[in-house]
Ligand binder design. Structure first.
Ligand code: AKG
Ligand code: FE2
Length: 254
């Protein structure tokens, strides 16, 4: 994945890249692009120092069969296993989170951050939490990913063959805040390009997401309002992420 990704971004002439350009009018369209958010007054027109290539890989009906099939399938198996482990860690049946998410919508985004002459003036990818259920991320040997904890940004040092697991917003809602989605960002550097491959596992846009009934009880009431995932996603792309403001806006008692 990383090798093919790097050769696409580094070696393809722009006219070839543009043959795969994603539609500028819709959010999360498949293909090559640079601008993540849709045009709106609310997201302050923030642009990231990043190019990306997004693949739609699950359900199978969305997948181009020639593309990343094995990688997609292996990530799918791992994501399901991890949701099972998270469920069990909360004393729930192992299928609890998987059932709440429903059929996986999987997107694989290859992000390319070119060297930046003034890295202190921009971010590769602004501070955000991922809006789906679970993200599995691989990076190359160039550091750049940072996670926020106790108001400090900590670099996630690249380890060969490691897969970074990022809990995302829908898992926070379903677990009623027992698992919190990770705020993260990518910084740039002036020396060299960086590449990451993020595999997102999301519910379908028609799915309604709320804290799992098995968790909610009188002594531990629901902390998040129910939300339609499609509406949640389009709000994220219109308003912009700004850390966790989208999931926080669902808190019943902030
Ligand atoms: O490039 C990275 O390390 C982060 C990518 C990311 O957070 C994303 O695509 O949502
Ligand atoms: Fe992310």
């Amino acid at each position: 994945m990383r090798k093919v990704g790097m050769s696409f971004f580094n070696e393809c002439p722009m006219k070839d890249k543009l043959m795969y350009a994603c539609s500028p009018d819709s959010a999360a369209a498949e293909g090559y692009g640079s601008k993540m958010l849709v045009d709106s007054d609310e997201n302050h027109g923030v642009l990231d120092w990043r190019d990306y290539f997004d693949h739609h890989t699950l359900p199978l009906s969305r997948r181009n069969p020639e593309v990343v099939s094995q990688f997609s399938d292996e990530m799918n198996v791992l994501a399901q296993k991890l949701l099972g482990i998270i469920s069990e860690s909360l004393g729930l049946p192992s299928s609890c989170l998987k059932d709440a998410v429903g059929e996986f919508y999987q997107n694989i985004t290859v992000s390319y951050y070119p060297p930046c002459p003034q890295p202190d003036l921009t971010l590769g990818l602004q501070s955000h939490s991922d809006f789906g259920a679970l993200t599995l991320l691989i990076q190359d040997q160039v550091s750049g990913l940072e996670v926020l904890k106790d108001s400090h940004w900590y670099p996630v040092q690249p380890l060969p063959e490691a897969i970074v697991v990022l809990v995302s917003d829908q898992t926070e809602i379903i677990t009623n805040g027992n698992y919190r989605s990770a705020v993260h960002r990518a910084v740039t550097n002036s020396k060299g390009a960086r590449l990451s491959v993020a595999t997102f596992h999301d519910p379908s846009k028609t799915r309604n997401i709320s804290p799992a009934s098995e968790i909610v009880c009188q002594s531990s009431p629901a902390r998040y309002r129910e939300v339609n995932y499609g509406d949640y996603m389009s709000r994220w792309y219109t308003k912009g992420p700004e850390g966790k403001r989208n999931v926080d806006s669902l808190l019943i008692d902030p």
